[in-house]
Structures are given as structure tokens and as C-alpha cells.
Design a protein around this ligand. Structure first.
Ligand code: KE4
Length: 429
């Protein structure tokens, strides 16, 4: 595969940006080689600067549920750009998107727009701490919530032990207030809350893990988080940056029928532009400035371009029975993969919730980060490279989700299954 231009650009990029990228996972560090530089994308396909074309299952890490450069979104953005890109003042567009979100997400009455998922999470955590007057926050191993200082923390030695910084620059005095538990482990949640519950400001969780590969919640896990936070006056935060509008029109909370106190959103609601949002009950959100004392702000929050993309995206989602199609196409792909695995005689495990899916090269059932990490990442690395050569682009990491879009055709899914077979065979050689 010719990647001469990508290589040249990567060398140039490394002279001016850390690792030549603006987000680490794009650097191909866990799959080897150097990142591809893209120049164009349309529908389910992306083109790199060497002219190679790929069927894309990253979709900009989740936002592009209707594929790249959807005409309805592009036309709306062109019209809005002519009217200005940002005013730093309120617009009707913000009301329109906020009302759509509040109508669709059951637990959310009031919403604040921000510019990324990280900002949404950071603000929700500040709000939880602000309204409870407590410092401790509970998160789960393998869940990623953006590069928020309180979230770049790993578990200390024991169950209720103090968090320790995951990287330099995270203040120990802050990290110690983050307690990390195993995902899907109901007992450890109950044990911790029995001891510490009244000191805990809240729990933040990806209702479906998407950042360890896809890991669905076990029966009763989300319900337990709801119970213990209600009992102790803590705030339950669903980080639906990835799952929001991806898994259903009401997000994961609708799918699993568990209502959090705060919801963080991003990705799909921006339609590919930088948008995040957080929201909840009026009672909670009235604590946010300027109504209340918890400060949060943003120059480009709610800007007209991002709002326009989000409004068109939610119009498209509301119009079409897209979730049935996403389910059918995702199931078709995963069934093809399973058949290939059986034909070749490889050990693998599959996880899927709607149009989010993962394949792990292990014989362990995938229920948490520990089991996800049992996957043979060396084999994944060979598989990823071979798949790329077959013209299929997936996330350059075992611990990410695959995303189906509404515009992947059945022919492309068949091509992908064929490419998967060849890539698995090659990785076995
Ligand atoms: P951003 O700040 O990247 O917009 O969102 C952070 C975030 C928050 N919560 C969840 C559940 C997320 O998945 C993310 C970001 N997801 C990663 C991919 N797993 C974005 C890709 C990247 O970091 O470049």
C-alpha cells in the first residue's frame, strides 16, 4: 500500500505538533507504523493523501452516525457560514438544539452547551461537587471521560483507596478524591458506598463502556449505581458522550431504563463539529452560572455552526427509523465476523450494543477492563495492518469501539466481512 505522502506529512507534523497529532490515539502507537493523513471523506468512505480509499468504521470516533459530509448537514452549514460563524451572543439555534435534546433525553430538562466531551464531564463533576459540598468522585476502570484532571487518575492499592495521578501534571491532592472501581462489579460498589457513601459527591460512568472496547453493563449494574447514589444523596452522572443518540434517540439511559441526575453528551450532537453538552433537572442545573454559583463558561459554546450541525443531525435521527437499520447492519457485520473466526479456527470474543461493537482475541468473556486486557494485542496489531491493506479502516487500538453508520451499504458490509477473513488469515501467518 502506497503511503509515501502520509509519511512525508507525518515527518512534517512531528516538527510542529506533539507526536505529529492533535490527539494521541490518532498516532497509531498501539498498532505500529505511522498514521495515515486523510484528505477527503464522503458517506462511509475516507481517502488518504496517497489516494487510498477505505471503508470507515471509526466515523470520527462516533459522531458520524450518518456518515461523512451528509448533504443535509453540509448545505445547512454553508447557509449558516454565510450568516456568520460565531457571535458570542445568544442565538435561536441554541434554543432549538437544547429543546431537541431535552425532548429526547428523558432525565434532562435543562442543558448547557460546551465545546467537547471533556468540557461536559469537567463541568458535570464540578456541579456534583458544588451541590453536594463533597469532594470524592467514583469512576470505573477502563472508562474514559476525556482529559479531565479528576479523571486522569488510576486506582490506588485497595478498594476505597485514594486515587493516584495517571500522568505527570495531575495534582495528587486532587487525584486522591477520585476512587476507581472495577466496571460491572456490583459488590464493590455496595461495599464502598456502605463505608464512604456520605462522602461521595457522585459516580460517573459510561453506561456502555466504549473505551476499553465495547463492554455492556451487566444486569443490575446501572440500577445499583442509581440506588446507592439516591440513598446517599450523591449525583449519578452518565457519560453519554459516545452512547448519546448513538444507541437510541434517548441514549443508553433509555435503552437500560435508568435515569441519571446528569448526562454528558458530545460526538453525535455535533454532527462532526466541536460540541459537548451536559444537563439534568432544573433543580440541579440552576446551580450553574449565571443562575447559580457554580461557574462554567466558553467563548464558542453554542456557536451557530456547531448548533446547525447538531440540529440537522437530530432532525435526521428523528426522521428515519435509523436505529433499526443500524441494528440490522451491525448484526450482519458481526455475524460475518463470527463465521470467519469459526472458519479459520481463531479464538475471539465479540461485544456489541447497537452500532457499537468490538472483537477481542481472547477466550475470556468480556465484562470489564481486566478481561478486555486479556486480548492478544499483538495479534490485533497484525490484524489492523492487514485490514488496512484490504481497504477497511478501524480504530487503531484494541481498546476502542467500532461504529456502524446509517450509510454503510450492504455491499460494503459484505466487502468488509471478506476483508476481515483475509486480514485474520494474514495475521495468523
Ligand atoms: P472529547 O473531549 O474528546 O470530545 O470527549 C471526551 C470523551 C468523553 N467521554 C467519552 C465516553 C468519550 O469516549 C470521550 C472521547 N472518546 C475518544 C475515543 N474513545 C475520543 C478520541 C480521541 O481521544 O481522540
Amino acid at each position: 500500500m502506497n503511503t509515501v505522502q502520509s509519511e512525508k506529512l507525518f515527518q512534517k507534523a512531528c516538527n510542529i505538533m506533539p507526536g505529529g497529532v492533535n490527539s494521541p490515539v490518532r498516532a497509531f502507537k498501539s498498532v505500529g507504523g505511522n498514521p495515515l493523513f486523510f484528505k477527503k471523506a464522503k458517506g462511509s468512505r475516507v481517502w488518504d493523501v496517497d489516494g487510498n480509499v477505505y471503508i470507515d468504521y471509526v466515523g470520527s470516533w462516533g459522531p458520524l452516525i450518518f456518515g461523512h459530509a451528509h448533504p443535509q448537514i453540509v448545505e445547512a452549514l454553508k447557509r449558516q457560514a454565510e450568516l456568520g460563524t460565531s457571535y458570542g451572543a445568544p442565538t435561536e439555534l441554541e434554543i432549538e438544539l437544547a429543546e431537541k435534546i431535552a425532548t429526547l433525553i428523558p432525565s434532562l430538562d435543562i442543558v448547557r452547551m460546551v465545546n467537547s466531551g471533556t468540557e461536559a464531564v469537567m463541568s458535570a463533576i464540578r456541579l456534583a461537587r458544588g451541590v453536594t459540598g463533597r469532594d470524592k468522585i467514583v469512576k470505573f476502570e477502563g472508562c474514559y471521560h476525556g482529559h479531565v484532571d479528576s479523571m486522569l487518575v488510576k486506582a490506588g492499592s485497595g478498594l476505597a483507596s485514594l486515587g493516584i495521578p495517571e500522568c505527570p501534571g495531575i495534582v495528587e491532592d486532587l487525584a486522591k478524591h477520585t476512587l476507581t472501581l472495577p466496571f460491572n462489579n456490583i459488590n464493590t460498589v455496595k461495599e464502598l458506598f456502605a463505608v464512604e457513601g456520605n462522602n461521595i459527591a457522585g459516580i460517573i460512568v459510561e453506561p456502555v463502556g466504549g473505551n476499553m472496547g465495547v463492554v455492556p453493563p451487566k444486569e443490575g449494574f446501572l440500577e445499583t449505581l442509581r440506588e446507592v447514589t439516591t440513598e446517599t444523596g450523591g449525583v449519578l452522572i452518565f457519560d453519554e458522550v459516545m452512547t448519546g443518540f448513538r444507541l437510541s434517540l434517548g441514549g443508553a439511559q433509555s435503552l437500560y431504563n435508568v435515569n441519571p441526575d446528569l448526562t454528558c453528551l458530545g460526538k453525535v450532537i455535533g454532527g462532526g463539529l466541536p460540541v459537548g453538552a451536559y444537563g439534568g433537572s432544573k433543580q440541579l442545573m440552576d446551580n450553574i452560572a449565571p443562575t447559580g454559583p457554580v461557574y462554567q463558561a466558553g467563548t464558542l459554546s453554542g456557536n451557530p455552526l456547531a448548533m446547525t450541525a447538531g440540529i440537522e443531525m437530530l432532525k435526521l435521527l428523528a426522521e428515519k427509523s435509523v436505529y433499526d437499520e443500524l441494528e440490522r447492519k451491525s448484526e450482519k457485520l458481526c455475524a460475518g465476523y463470527k463465521l470467519n473466526i469459526k472458519k479459520i479456527g481463531i479464538t475471539a470474543r465479540f461485544t456489541r450494543v447497537g452500532s457499537m461493537f468490538s472483537m477481542f482475541f481472547t477466550d475470556q468473556d468480556i465484562v470489564d477492563f481486566e478481561s478486555a486486557k486479556s486480548s492478544d494485542v499483538k495479534f490485533f496489531r497484525s490484524y489492523f495492518t492487514a485490514l488496512l491493506e484490504e481497504g477497511v479502516y478501524i480504530a487503531p487500538s484494541q481498546f476502542e469501539a467500532g461504529f456502524m453508520s446509517a450509510v454503510h451499504s450492504d455491499e460494503e458490509i459484505d466487502q468488509t466481512i471478506e476483508a476481515n477473513y483475509k486480514a485474520l488469515q494474514k495475521a495468523c501467518d
